[in-house]
Design a protein around this ligand. Sequence first.
Ligand code: PEP
Ligand code: CO
Length: 448
Amino acid sequence: MNEAALEAAGVDSYRTREAKQQPTWPDQDALARVTPRLEQVPPLVFAGEADVLREHLAAAGRGEAFVLQGGDCAEIFAEATADRIRNKIKTILQMAVILTYGASTPVVKIGRMAGQYAKPRSADTETRDGVTLPTYRGDIVNSHAFTEEARVPNPERLMDAYHVSASTLNLIRAFTQGGFADLRLVHAWNKGFAANPAYSAYDRMAAEIDRAVRFMGAAGGDFDALKTVDLFSSHEALLLDYERALTRIDSRSGRAYDCSAHFLWIGERTRELDGAHVEFMSRIHNPIGVKLGPTATVTDAVALAEKLNPDNVEGRITFVARMGAQHVREALPPLVEGVRDAGLNVTWLTDPMHGNTFTSDSGFKTRRFETILDEVTGFFEVHGAAGTVPGGLHVELTGDDVTEVMGGTEEIDDDGLARRYETKVDPRLNHQQSLEMAFKVSELLSAR
Ligand code: PEP
Ligand code: CO
C-alpha cells in the first residue's frame, strides 16, 4: 500500500537519471539488504514539522524572520556525544539570541545536524605513499582512517547513520524543549562571552541586549513561552539510496516527504537540472535548498526554481549562495535580480564558507574569518541594491574551541591552526568565532 503510494508519488523517477557523487558499493547484495530495512524504520521527523519550517522560511523570504543554519561540514559518528552535541546547540542558540536582537524578527534555527554524514568529493580515490584507496565520502559511506578496511564503502553504515541521527535528534529535542534553551540562560552564557575584554567591541550591543531581556522580564514578558525553541534538522541530500529509503507518505496529505530531516539541500556539485538529485528533490515536499556557486547562471537559477517549485510556493525553495568573497558582488546580483524579475518566491541565504577555502602555508585547509565576514557583507549589499531580502546565514561551526579558521579577534594564525585542528573535511568556526560572527551579522541586520 505505502510502496504503491510512493511509486505513484514518483519518488523513484530519479533512478533513470545520472546520480553524481555516489559511492561505488562493492557489495550490492549488502546494499539490497539494508535499504528495505530502512524503508521500515520510524521516520526521524514528521511531515507536519517540515510544513511548519516551510512557513518559517517563507517568513524569512519576506524579511519577517532570519534564518541561522549551522553545524559541522561533516558529522562524525564517534563525535555524536552528549558534550559535543550540547556545545553545538548552545552555540547556535547563543548566536540566535544575538541575531534576533539585530534583526528584530524571529530567528529560524536549523542545525546541519542529525544526518550531515555524506560528503561530495573532488576525486574517487586518494593516494598516499603509493597506496590508492577509495576517497572518504562521509561516515554514512566509509570511515576516515586511511586503511582498506575503513575506506571500503559499507552499506551497513546507512543503518548506523539512521541510529546516530535518531539519538542526536533525541538530544536536540530534549535540550530545546526541556528548559536548556530558556532565553535567560542563553543570555547569561552570552554575558560570559561579552565579559571577555577581547570582545569589548561588542560591549554596547551586549548591554543593549541585556537591557531588552531585563525589560521583557519587568514588563511581565511570558518567559514560559521563551523556555523552549524549535531547532530544525538539515543535511545535504547527497546519498540517494538513504534519502529514498527514508521517504514516507504523509497520512494527512498523501504527499511524499523525506523524513530523514526537516530541510534537505542539493549541493553545488549535484544541482544539474536533469540530474538525479534535482529529480528526487522535485518529488518530496520538504522545504529544500540549492547551493549556488559563482558559475551558476540566471537561467540555471530560474530553471531550478521552476522545476523544484512549479507552484511557486513560498518557503519551498531556499537558494544558498556560496560565491566567495571576491565574486559575491559581481556574481550574485544577476541571480538575485533574475529571480526577482521572474516573480519567483525564493528565500536567499548566504553560505560564506565554501567559496573561501584555501590551504595555509603550513598545509591546513582553512578559511579566514575576515573573508567570511566580507562575503556576508557583500550578500547584504547585493540585496540592499536589488531591493530583495537577505534571508539568512548558513555556516560551518562547532561548539568546541577548535583552531580551523584563521583570524577573528582572538587571532588564530597559521601556527595556531595546528593547536586543535580536528575537522575531517572543511574548517569550522569555533565557539568564539561563531559568536563574534553573530555580533557582526547582527550589526548588518540592524541596518537591513
Ligand atoms: C557543504 O555544504 O559542506 C558543501 C559541500 O557545500 P557546497 O555543495 O556548496 O560545495
Ligand atoms: Co563543507
